[in-house]
Ligand binder design. Sequence first.
Ligand code: ZN
Length: 433
Amino acid sequence: MNISELKNSMDPKNVGREMYQLIVELYPICRSITGNGFRQTMEILRRYIPLQIHEVPSGTKVFDWVVPKEWNIKDAFVKNSKGEKIIDFQKSNLHVLNYSTPVKKAVSLKELKEHLFTLPDHPDWIPYKTSYYRENWGFCLSHQQFLTLEDEEYEVSIDSTLDSGSLTYGELYLQGEEENEILISCHGCHPSLANDNLSGVSLATFLAKLISSGSHRYSYRFLFIPGTIGAITWLALNEKKASSIKHGLVLTGVGDSGKITYKKSRRGDSDIDRAAAHVLKHSGDPHEIVDFYPYGYDERQYCSPGFNLPVGRLSRTPYGRYPEYHTSADNLDFVHAESLGDSYSKVLEILSLLGNNRTYLNLNPKCEPQLGRRGLYSSPGTNELALLWVLNFSDGHNTLLDICEKSAFEFASIQDAAYKLLKNGLLKLCLEK
Ligand SMILES: [Zn+2]
């Protein structure tokens, strides 16, 4: 089965529920841009798809960056003078500043406060903070709890290691009929955050699982990487392979209840941008399409001017536009099976369109062919207007998507018309330009 047939054989609601279950399983793990949390996450994904795991040593130069030391953590807490654990990593891994250096000492309230992070605007929530490239230690807590801290001596303990090791990432390459590739990239470097991070990981996993079960025109490359440094590392180590990427999507924030937002590639008019716009427009669901801007997720690296790859980003509510972003409120209640299933369905529709977006040549270009003689005129289930559009513009240059944009027809109608004309010997397939 090809992607369109596979898509039609699935119930996105059921898949959405399975995607949610995977998020539930991954949620408690303390991930970071390196370390065992990321590895453990990849091992769990390997139950679904045959991911290849790569380890890139600390200190490897990747363009202007260097792969950092590997961070691991066993435990962390702050105890008050009565010996009570008032901040406990075992209760939430967000309590520790991600990449905290090890520490074990007694501190005054004044010194402790220099290492505490809170969110005064959302006093019940714990912020998610990192310090990857500047060595520091710290704790994150609710502002409410922060206000109750008394002037006493505290014991701080972070049982972490920051040593030479490696950066881990997962990759799945699926050979298609063509060498040209579709890249699907997601980041999996955040600890207990559901929408930012795990929703994209879960969506990419279930897409890979489905696509690997059938046939596909394009080759597919799925990357499960730590944000920023992972994309930079992959691009630095695979510069040649990048030129095979004909279309790409960064997937993140696909599980909240907001409408879909598609961020265009830097090129702005690449096929992935046009395919996403077409699918979203004809879905009839609310959505938003935004131009490329040079911040956000890993599209920043794929669309840096030296690569300028046709890679867009699909999310629901964009990061920074929901207050739960990078806080303990981006939890299992913030993502929904229904939204995950809807994101899955829309991405598959985009991928299916790309696979079917062919260019044809009209073999009867001098005046219109007589459709009636071929049973293509006034026959049930045939849209004559779509036939005429395909015939006229199949000059070896226009793709089916080009014809959709000119005619305002939905892709399925134009594709159906092309299929019927092909069957009747009126079209021939042109090879990729
Ligand atoms: Zn994030």
